[in-house]
Design a binder for this molecule. Structure first.
Ligand SMILES: NC(=O)c1ccc[n+]([C@@H]2O[C@H](COP(=O)([O-])OP(=O)(O)OC[C@H]3O[C@@H](n4cnc5c(N)ncnc54)[C@H](O)[C@@H]3O)[C@@H](O)[C@H]2O)c1
Ligand SMILES: [Zn+2]
Ligand SMILES: [Zn+2]
Length: 341
């Protein structure tokens, strides 16, 4: 099989490898579509998971179940599937509480262990989620990024009628907007430095938006009767935006910490205001278990507009070009790799 190995930052090499065989409790997936996400770009740039190289990245994937190892039940060869990329040890304190993302031994397919920029990948069968045949592969490959957004909404305990500000209208911010719309949050206000991305988010379901950070507070206050928003989602990864978020939430409001920063970045929070107003900040990372199931359900039932995400794709053999040129295509919300067509 052909695999794309990231041998060192910035450099993919196509390799021929034997098709792996699924062992006990494992499934062999024939990969069909894989999204490229910000994390992949961080890995490509050498800023994240550098210890994993050389490695086959790719974690936003879908495919068909090609083969099953011994002792696998409940899965059918030939079925379409998506895969929860988070492999916990299964035995530690966190795994036993189903908090796999905090497992000290956690491995992530395509981040710390070989992933899906390959014709086939072997994964633990318990992490395979069958998907309906009629849903296009380019839509199924959005399950993982949507699952991250589902998890953040779950942690924020957002419900209908709540006002939400999404700071950052990149591909993930756009999905935050869409999920909030589906939940019934209102109003939804979006902020991005790029007017194109603000407009894309408004098309996706935001009620208002601005590319002028200085105008944001006024817009939010006007839209919320002067109170501020129930929830602000930071979907950029910039410490200064937490300061902005504290100026946008209502008393008792919630800040969803979502955009990834460097390891040294700290939260610039007004402590007394946080205490007196009983504000909260909560992080969420990735999507796992029920987040993946719920994201798939939303996609299957058409609750997310996917058209803006599925237009740009490259064959696996052109993966180097896909990564090298991705920043030249800021109007594309997603680039996907097509395998085996
Ligand atoms: N916590 C998680 O589970 C999780 C999962 C996936 C991605 N992420 C992170 O979420 C963030 C968003 O992901 P993405 O793929 O959309 O990233 P992206 O980099 O494509 O988009 C970020 C957007 O923020 C905008 N931006 C930059 N500075 C801004 C500012 N001062 N005010 C408003 N907007 C500003 C940019 O113009 C861009 O459109 C990234 O940091 C990513 O690493 C987190
Ligand atoms: Zn991703
Ligand atoms: Zn564990």
């Amino acid at each position: 099989m052909k695999v794309a190995v990231l041998t060192k930052p910035g450099c993919f090499a196509m390799e021929e490898r034997p098709v792996p065989r699924p062992g006990r409790g494992e499934a062999l997936i024939r990969v069909t579509r894989v999204g490229i996400c910000g994390t992949d770009l961080h890995i490509f740039d050498g800023h994240y998971a550098a210890d994993s190289l050389p490695m086959v990245p790719g974690h936003e994937f879908t495919g068909r179940i090609e083969d099953l190892g011994p002792e696998v039940t409940g899965l059918t060869i030939g079925s379409k599937a998506v895969v929860d990329m988070n492999i916990g040890c299964g035995n530690c304190y966190w795994c036993r509480r189903n908090e796999v993302l905090n497992c000290p031994e956690m491995r992530q397919i395509g981040i710390t262990t070989d992933g899906a920029f390959a014709e086939y990948v072997v994964v633990p069968a318990r992490l395979v989620i069958p998907a309906p045949d009629h849903i296009p592969d380019e839509v199924l490959a959005l399950t993982e990024p949507l699952a991250c957004v589902v998890r953040a909404a779950r942690k924020a305990q957002v419900t209908f009628g709540q006002s939400v500000v999404v700071i950052g209208a990149g591909p993930i911010g756009n999905l935050h907007v869409q999920l909030m719309r589906t939940i019934g949050a209102a109003p939804i206000i979006v902020s991005d430095l790029s007017e194109d991305r603000v407009q894309a988010a408004i098309e996706a379901g935001a009620d208002a938006g601005t590319s002028d950070p200085d105008a944001l507070r006024d817009i939010v206050m006007k839209a919320t009767g002067g109170r501020g928003a129930d929830i602000v989602i930071e979907s950029v990864g910039h410490p200064a935006l937490y300061r902005q978020a504290t100026e946008l939430i209502r008393k008792g409001g919630h800040i969803a910490a979502f955009g990834l920063t460097g390891p040294e970045a700290e939260l610039p929070l007004p402590i007394l205001q946080t205490i007196l107003q009983e504000n909260s900040v909560k992080g969420s990372v990735a999507g796992m278990g029920p987040d993946m199931h719920d994201a798939l359900t939303l996609l299957v039932h058409g609750r997310v507009k996917t058209g803006a995400f599925t237009g740009t794709s490259f064959p696996l053999a052109k993966i180097q070009t896909a990564f090298d040129t991705i920043r030249d295509r800021p109007s594309d919300l997603k680039t996907q790799i097509v395998i085996g067509e």
